[in-house]
Ligand binder design. Structure first.
Ligand code: ZN
Length: 89
């Protein structure tokens, strides 16, 4: 599983709407991917906070911001080797 795939399924993972097969794959990825673990933590925390304020799901905009944040980190030098697809532009 790549980081991009992991990010795509993280939200479902937190909502517990992931198949056990996919959840297992994601957990395996999280074991050796610190940026994705950080993303998961941030996501969970944000959800906790928004959950306390109201029962609305996480706004799409915030989701997109978190995703962009992680993708930017992966593109930065010294990031996860998995995130580097074609080297610096
Ligand atoms: Zn990752």
């Amino acid at each position: 599983m790549t980081c991009k795939e992991a990010i795509d399924v993280l939200a479902d993972y937190i909502e517990s709407s992931l198949t056990s097969e996919l959840a297992e794959e994601l957990e395996r990825h999280l074991l050796d991917c610190a940026p994705c673990r950080a993303y998961l933590r941030t996501y969970q925390k944000t959800r906790e906070i928004t959950g306390r304020v109201g029962r609305a799901p996480m706004p799409e905009e915030m989701r997109e911001r978190l995703r962009q944040f992680l993708l930017d980190r992966l593109r930065a030098p010294g990031g996860s080797p998995e995130g580097r697809e074609s080297g610096p532009a």
